[in-house]
Ligand binder design. Structure first.
Ligand code: AMP
Length: 233
């Protein structure tokens, strides 16, 4: 169950499936968490699911670990299995925000099949447009609370009280192994080669929306909130 479930401030009358597209550091995770808190949608991050599989030492985790450390893309079959299992859990019925999925044309096609089997369609695909050059600094400085996952940044977003999580009061923090300058370059290359073509794919389907990912977090959140309200009206 989502940590945020039950605390939504705006209730939706029907489920929404949203996809956040953007390179590493674009702010997909930050915005997904805000939408989760506001609307009770469930953030579904394949990166988080894969990291959990690596930590648990599952077969999927073993298949994914080296590729993730190198900043490449995990094979579609591995990612799809993990996603399918997560989508089958009942808390996703209120709607989901896909954060970091799909990342390839094959994943996009498989997602269509998965959603139509559940009688769902894609509400909106939001492309978060950012400057690549700024992403390295954004990603290299970020870390998160080890208890609740709230994201922080050494330069752009420190906890209000040093060493204490604003959300849950936790005092342990973690830094992702792949959030370093070299791996970010590989992840940006993978994004441009394999994921960015999905922007045109979804534009052709009439579901693409674009936001300025370099704007302030609150301004982007307001824009995304308006999109959610439109697609669920
Ligand atoms: P993220 O947390 O979204 O930045 O993902 C971290 C890493 O997990 C990526 O660099 C990939 O190696 C892997 N990963 C996450 N989502 C996917 C996906 N949809 N397809 C392939 N690999 C993925």
């Amino acid at each position: 169950m989502s940590a945020m479930e039950g605390s939504a401030t705006d209730t939706l009358t029907r489920p929404a499936v949203l996809i956040l597209l953007g390179p590493p550091g674009a702010g997909k995770g930050t915005q997904a968490r805000l939408l989760e808190a506001r609307f009770g949608l469930v953030q579904l991050s394949t990166g988080d699911l894969l990291r959990a599989a690596v930590a648990a030492g599952t077969e999927a985790g073993k298949a994914a670990q080296a590729v993730m450390e190198a900043g490449g893309l995990v094979p579609d079959s591995v990612v799809l299995e993990i996603l399918r299992d997560r989508l089958a859990q009942p808390d996703t019925r209120a709607g989901v925000i896909l954060d970091g999925f799909p990342r390839t044309a094959g994943q996009a096609e498989a997602l269509d099949a998965l959603l139509s089997a559940q009688g769902l369609g894609i509400g909106a695909v939001i492309s978060m447009e950012v400057d690549d050059a700024a992403m390295v600094a954004r990603v290299a400085g970020r870390y998160s609370c080890a208890s609740c996952g709230e994201g922080y940044h050494e330069t752009f977003k420190l906890p209000r009280q040093s060493g204490v999580c604003d959300q849950c009061g936790g005092t342990a923090f973690k830094h992702r192994a792949d959030d370093n300058a070299e791996t970010v370059q590989a992840r940006l290359s993978a994004y441009h080669a394999q994921t960015a073509p999905l922007i045109a794919y979804y534009a052709g389907r009439g579901v693409l929306q674009t936001v300025d990912g370099m704007a302030a977090i609150d301004a982007i959140a307001a824009e995304l909130g308006a999109i959610v309200q439109t697609v669920t009206a």
